[in-house]
Design a protein around this ligand. Sequence first.
Ligand code: PRP
Ligand code: URA
Length: 209
Amino acid sequence: MSKVVVFDHPLIQHKLSIMRSKDTGTKEFRELLNEIAMLMVYEVTRDLPTEEVEIETPICVCKAKQLAGKKLGIVPILRAGLGMVDAVTKLIPAARVGHIGLYRDPETHEPHEYYCKLPDDAENRELLVLDPMLATGGSASDAITLIKARGCNHIRLVNLIAAPEGVAKVQQDHPDVDIYIAAMDDHLNEHAYIVPGLGDAGDRLFGTK
Ligand code: PRP
Ligand code: URA
């Protein structure tokens, strides 16, 4: 069974509370999503392997550490996952960016794929799947299935807010994928929105409603 890591850091929780408020506008929502994504990825990547290298400082030659192991990639799920991309590429500039387009049918709540473009060497990379919301888990699970079909088996899922239903689905469909979240909310409502959640992340991020 995969692990679920909840980031209860006070800075993350404070920023997330502002994002949840219905009075927070698009500009602030976008900035906060960016900031939280950066704080989260700092922790998500804590166990990346490093290797010793020799560096010559202006003073002397010394041993120092650099990242080793698999290269990284990130895969935002469109649209709302886009709001987490800049933060990650700022911290990890060498990361390649794939995109998966999925939208939820408003009646059935089932995800529909409309776009998939992954890095050529995705199978050789450690991939972080980014999406602020994990509701039924259908979108995240389908996105991970698409990525695995490309031969990639080193995947982590990074969400802001999850519902227990979504976590259970991803754990059942992909027991090898660890899930990193900032909050585990209570339940889904009759429209499969997370309660209390923050509403429609894509609409709030892009100001489309
Ligand atoms: C939202 C969200 C997730 C998905 C989560 O996207 O960003 O991708 O719903 O729901 P699920 O866990 O039940 O699949 P949406 O389909 O609204 O598309 P959008 O980002 O383009 O608005
Ligand atoms: N998608 C969202 O943007 N919010 C939810 O609460 C559920 C799905």
